[in-house]
Design a protein around this ligand. Structure first.
Ligand code: NDP
Ligand code: OXD
Length: 320
């Protein structure tokens, strides 16, 4: 017998990762795994907590006793925009493993474009031995990060270690060592200085479609990479994909690395797949480690049950 309140798990993640992590998670606490068909019609009214990623549309109507909702990822647009949510705290996933993974992706893609990754891969396919002579150094390149939250701030620090010059933009002005920062009002100046634009914004009413022709055409044009480059690992809903493809064709953008798309999975007929100046990764920049996610949820539940405030609670008004 246990007197711990039950926890609901409804994660549309790789099922094997969830099954591997569950046996050691939430010691002494009853777990209702919605991925198990046996739980399909179960009474959920006793569950106190829910850990979700794109959950069943009926979940919040059936789980009437919830005290807190935990997002399976750092982003919460997957629940805020699609469900009639109860008025409960929503906690997003913040964890070293996720942050490190995102910074790896950002640094990887910045280096890929700095060091002519696509051109050398193409040359290798044709067995061509030719050094591209004009090789700028990282210090010659300004990376501008849109979104200086948990992920943007860490990526900025790691890009600096690689030698890039880094600037950042966020709603409220930030103080980050060695990084010049801009607030909403400084967008023009920020874009004018940016050679590689990195999108790490959450998807909200204010950021939907923000990466469009108007924005791309304000990026630095005289930089050492021969044209501005766009990286997006925030949310696909923030990019106008018609404008993006047009800018990649007409040279407004030299290249892009895209981990997120308006519609995922990316349609096989989407032109972005076949563009030689585009790197596509399948929303894999920083997947949640399920064991780390369950540890984080356990920590937060313990805080709540011992009278401490929850951390990483979403501001429902701003949407992130
Ligand atoms: P945070 O909430 O910590 O940071 C969000 C940042 O965006 C803040 O700096 C915030 O500004 C800024 N911001 C939000 N709205 C605006 C706006 N309208 N104008 C200017 N700046 C704005 O989020 P994280 O860093 O943890 O994560 C960012 C996003 O990354 C997630 O929401 C998710 O969508 C995405 N993500 C993608 C993954 C992937 O695998 N591709 C994995 C994990 C996350 P301020 O600081 O002033 O509040
Ligand atoms: C997240 C994601 O939000 O993986 O964590 O997209």
């Amino acid at each position: 017998m246990t007197d711990k309140s039950p926890i609901l798990i409804d994660l549309r993640f790789d099922r094997d990762s969830v099954l591997r992590a569950l046996p050691e998670a939430f010691p002494g606490r009853p777990v209702i795994d919605m991925g198990d068909p046996e739980n399909r019609d179960r009474d959920l009214s006793q569950a106190a907590y829910a850990v979700v990623w794109k959950p069943d549309p009926d979940l919040f109507r059936r789980a009437t006793g919830l005290k807190a909702i935990f997002s399976g990822g750092a982003g919460v647009d997957h629940i805020l925009s699609n469900y009639d949510l109860p008025d409960l705290p929503i906690v997003r996933f913040v964890d070293r493993s996720l942050t490190d993974r995102m910074s790896e992706w950002v640094v990887w893609q910045c280096l890929h474009h700095l060091r002519n990754g696509s051109s050398y891969a193409e040359q290798q396919r044709s067995r061509i031995w030719r050094e591209i002579a004009e090789q700028p150094e990282a210090r010659d390149v300004t990376v501008g990060i849109m979104g200086l939250g948990v992920l943007g701030a860490d990526a900025a620090a790691k890009l600096k270690v690689m030698g890039f010059s880094v600037i950042g933009w966020s709603r409220s002005k930030k103080d980050l060592a060695g990084v010049e920062t801009f607030d909403s009002a400084g967008l023009d100046e920020f874009l004018r200085r940016t050679d590689i634009l990195v999108g790490l914004l959450p998807l909200t009413d204010d950021t939907r479609g923000i990466y469009d022709w108007t924005l791309f055409s304000r990026l630095s044009r005289g930089g050492p990479l021969g044209g501005p480059i766009f990286l997006n690992a925030g949310r696909g809903g923030s990019q106008n994909e018609v404008d993006l493809a047009a800018c990649l064709r007409d040279g407004t953008l030299k290249a892009a690395s895209l981990d997120v798309f308006v519609t995922e999975p990316l349609d096989p007929n989407n032109p972005l797949w076949a563009m030689p100046n585009v790197v596509v990764t399948p929303h894999a920049a920083a997947s949640s480690d399920v064991r780390a996610l369950f540890r984080h949820v356990e920590e937060q539940v313990t805080r709540l049950e011992t009278g401490k405030p929850l951390q990483f609670v979403v501001d429902r008004t701003s949407g992130y």
